[in-house]
Design a protein around this ligand. Structure first.
Ligand SMILES: C[S@@+](CC[C@H](N)C(=O)[O-])C[C@H]1O[C@@H](n2cnc3c(N)ncnc32)[C@H](O)[C@@H]1O
Ligand SMILES: [Zn+2]
Length: 284
């Protein structure tokens, strides 16, 4: 059963049945599949804004940047570090905050080439991101929804991946099977340091996230991935900038300085942390 056939109603958590192109629960809530095959399960009352998550422009910029494959080493690092015991056929993977679907799409291609089939599901709060994702890969179940309240039944996934996203550990734990895996991918101390030096008058000390651990999970593996890449046009530099938090945080002067660049060589410094769900843990 694909994920689209085993979702739960975002309003009352009752199972949703797929009939043709409509998902419905026993209480009469219905959700149509969009033309491109994704489903929007973000109820109006759960939206903090009218158009939550990344905007259409941010999604387009991220897609243009990622399509240049500068971040492919991250895809390789994810698959190379995937714990062997969990690299199994038919594993169910959720990308929570999947953006425009680059990683899930590339992971699918790479796993297929290794002879492994994975049932892939991508969820993001931005309908623009999910719309783009649903055009990119038809073999993934795509959902507009929030990590804060995943419309999936307990224990559905073998792995949840969250890249540069907004993790909600209690929900990830609920959505994972017993001993399921969680992968967090985040920026390390030197990530895009060359750009940050231009954007900020001084660089703050790096503060690791979740230094005290993650509730409901134990850390089983940690890996740093470092590589360099170059951008050779102002357009490409702006695309990268608009997919980072720096677009909002940087000073006016910093952003003006970056506007003058025609090329830049950059360091990517990314941290991968693998966690395993604590046994018998549903509410954390
Ligand atoms: C920095 S982007 C990363 C996207 C993708 N993982 C990548 O690395 O290309 C963060 C993503 O999280 C999404 N997002 C923000 N809040 C969210 C939430 N509560 N639940 C799910 N996704 C969320 C945004 O719409 C955006 O697509
Ligand atoms: Zn319902």
């Amino acid at each position: 059963m694909s994920t689209l056939e085993s979702l739960i109603c975002p309003i009352d958590a009752a199972p949703l049945k797929l009939n043709g192109r409509v998902l419905s629960c026993e209480h009469g809530h219905t959700f149509d599949l969009a033309k491109t095959g994704y489903v929007n399960l973000l109820p109006v009352q759960n939206k903090r804004s009218k158009d939550p998550g990344d905007s259409k422009e941010m999604v387009a910029a991220r897609q243009n940047f990622l399509n240049q494959q500068h971040y492919y080493p991250i895809v390789e690092a994810i698959l190379d570090s995937w714990p062997d015991s969990h690299m199994v056929n038919d594993m169910r993977i959720l990308d929570a905050g999947c953006g425009e679907g680059y990683y899930l799409n590339e992971m699918g291609k790479s796993l297929t080439s290794k002879g492994i089939h994975a049932e892939r599901t991508g969820l993001d709060i931005s309908k623009w991101a999910v719309l783009a994702a649903s055009k990119r890969d038809k073999n993934v179940s795509w959902i507009v929804g929030s990590n804060a309240s995943l419309p999936v039944p307990e224990g559905r996934f073998d792995a949840v991946v969250c890249l540069f996203g907004f993790p909600v550990f209690s929900e990830f734990s609920r959505a994972l099977s017993n001993k399921g895996l969680l992968l967090l991918v985040e920026s390390g101390a030197d990530h895009l340091i060359e750009l940050r030096r231009l954007l900020y008058p001084s660089i703050h000390d790096f503060k690791p996230t979740y230094a005290d651990g993650v509730p409901g999970f134990k850390l089983i593996k940690e890996q740093a991935q470092r590589f360099t890449f170059s951008l050779s046009s102002q357009t490409h530099i702006q695309e990268l900038l608009s997919m980072t938090p720096h677009i909002h945080k940087a000073s006016y002067e910093g952003r003006e300085a970056v506007k003058l660049l025609e090329s830049i060589s950059l360091t990517a410094d990314v941290k991968l942390r693998w966690y395993q769900k604590n046994e018998g843990n549903h509410d954390v």
